[in-house]
Design a protein around this ligand. Structure first.
Ligand SMILES: [Zn+2]
Length: 124
């Protein structure tokens, strides 16, 4: 298994946008990839976004991520932690995982948990 580049960098951003809504910006190009929308979340991917999970549900997968998952499904790999799963997918320290959990306000208070992976190794 490829593991020369180390583990993905995993950052938990607790109170991000807590007063309004959890927002996620791409650290590479600065594009806002997530905002609280009419139906819990609005996802607007940029080329660096590998995946975005909303409340543990797959909401966005890049073609690259999907290809990695398909390749992985041919093998049987146990994974306890999500970071281990990312390693199994072949990601390394060039993947930045941002996790944000916050209460937003959209007519009534909504709490969402978002986890997004940005591929820093991808130049686009
Ligand atoms: Zn980007």
């Amino acid at each position: 298994m490829k593991q020369k580049g180390g583990y993905p960098v995993h950052v938990v951003v607790g109170s991000m946008g807590a007063k309004t809504s959890p927002l996620l910006y791409c650290p590479i190009c600065g594009k806002q990839v997530f905002a609280l929308g009419d139906e819990r979340g609005k996802i607007d991917p940029c080329p660096h976004l590998a995946f975005l999970l909303l409340d543990d549900t797959d909401c966005y997968e890049s073609d690259d991520y999907r290809t990695r998952e398909q390749n992985l499904q041919a093998q049987v790999i146990e994974h306890d932690e999500f970071d281990d799963y990312l390693i199994a997918l072949g990601y390394d320290a060039s993947l930045l995982v941002l996790e944000a959990s916050a209460t937003g306000y959209k007519e009534e208070p909504v709490t969402v948990a978002v986890m997004a992976g940005f591929d820093m190794g991808k130049v686009a």
